[in-house]
Write a protein that binds this ligand. Structure first.
Ligand SMILES: C[S@@+](CC[C@H](N)C(=O)[O-])C[C@H]1O[C@@H](n2cnc3c(N)ncnc32)[C@H](O)[C@@H]1O
Length: 367
């Protein structure tokens, strides 16, 4: 698969706005002037993260620009990774109804719209930040004709609690980097309200950062979704049995840094190439049975002479350490094995125990 990239048109929109805001002469100058705002936001979500990050950080246009130039490319790439592995979105006679909860300036929604191509879409972007929704509306108006000609947009300026009294249903509900900003009770409540707002074939796409101090709340929400709410899992797990992992399930995926992020990172010097995140894709509909044995890479793959080794979470609900021999695959397959990432989903033709009971020999299914 070619590296995932951020559409330059999205970045150009924010750069252009930021250039006007900062009265800079070039992109580099714009980013230099916006750097303190970006650094403050970036630190707020990582090194200096408060216990409850409830402060309204998207409080004005400038903050929205800083947020969008730093975080939106990463968000777009994360969503693109997740969406690439899902089965196609079901056909609908009417426009596909999408609800983006905590939409911010829209980065997750744009990745979904880009993924869906030019099918008719009715997007409802929901957030309590008015400047963020204004920014989201402006970028949609500027790029709609060229990128999402069949999409319509409605914004809902309201707290997430307002979902309790909202009686519409949706084919897709997005919650990208929202739950970690809520206390545990509010997370559970939002999950149950979102589940209630799903159409029978709907999909709920949740993606969260790895916040070690917050505990493994995605595992708890997975249990709630499968047991109390009667939802099914489309991803990431290849099974619906209790999660067998000792640590929090997460992906570590790579992408091609956007041009502005490359410029910013000459000063910020963060590890932006590796996107570490957890996710769940849930649906009220029973997924069709998969005839193949599927396995998700749940640890860092290691490369040895002629082989790739990694722990995988399997369709049978268990963790196995597998050995994939490079001689079993063609040249592109070998290249792909050398670049295998934590979180990738493998389809296996066979898996056999080796002499070492902790290690299994696996053969990938032919495409
Ligand atoms: C980390 S940002 C993520 C934005 C967007 N989903 C994205 O991925 O780019 C979290 C968003 O949730 C919104 N938010 C947080 N708590 C909220 C609440 N209680 N009600 C409504 N919006 C909320 C914030 O204003 C912000 O836009």
């Amino acid at each position: 698969m070619p590296p995932i990239t951020y559409p330059p048109e999205l970045e150009a929109h924010w750069l252009h706005l930021a250039q006007t805001e900062t009265r800079a002469g070039s992109d580099r100058d714009t980013l230099r002037r916006l750097l303190p705002d970006i650094q403050r936001l970036a630190d707020g979500f990582t090194t200096r993260r408060p216990d409850t990050p409830a402060a309204p950080y998207l409080k004005d246009t400038r903050a929205c620009m800083a947020y969008s130039l730093y975080f939106a490319p990463q968000t777009h790439a994360r969503l693109t990774h997740i969406l690439a592995e899902l089965p196609p979105f079901p056909d609908t006679t009417k426009p596909l109804r999408i609800l983006d909860l905590g939409a911010g300036t829209g980065a997750a929604a744009w990745a979904l719209l880009d993924h869906l191509g030019d099918r008719p879409i009715a997007l409802n972007a929901w957030d309590h930040s008015r400047p963020a929704l204004r920014g989201l509306h402006d970028i949609f108006s500027a790029l709609r004709r060229a990128r999402w000609p069949q999409a319509t947009l409605r914004t809902t300026h309201a707290p997430l609690d307002g979902l309790a009294a909202h009686d519409e249903t949706y084919d897709v509900i997005l919650m990208h980097y929202i739950l970690n900003e809520l206390p545990p009770d509010a997370r559970r409540l939002l999950l149950s309200r979102a589940a209630r707002a799903l159409a029978p074939n709907g999909r709920l796409v949740i993606c969260e950062p790895l916040v070690h101090d917050a505990g493994d709340y995605l595992r708890e929400l997975r249990t709630q979704a499968l047991t109390d709410l009667g939802l099914h899992l489309l991803a990431p797990c290849p099974h619906e049995q209790p999660c067998p992992l000792d640590d929090a399930c997460h992906d570590v995926r790579t992408w091609q840094l956007s041009r502005a992020l490359q410029m910013l990172n000459t000063t910020l010097r963060r590890d932006l190439r590796h996107l570490a995140f957890g996710f769940l894709v849930l649906s009220p509909a029973t997924p069709p049975p998969t005839p193949t044995f599927r396995a998700r890479v749940v640890g860092s793959p290691t490369q040895a002479k002629g082989q790739t080794l990694c722990p995988v979470c399997c369709s049978n609900g268990r963790i196995h350490r597998i050995q994939l021999l490079h001689r079993d695959v063609d040249t592109p397959g070998r290249k792909a094995l050398r670049k295998l990432e934590r979180g990738q989903l493998l389809t296996l033709e066979s898996i056999q125990p080796l002499g070492d009971p902790a290690l299994f020999r696996a053969i990938l299914a032919q495409k």
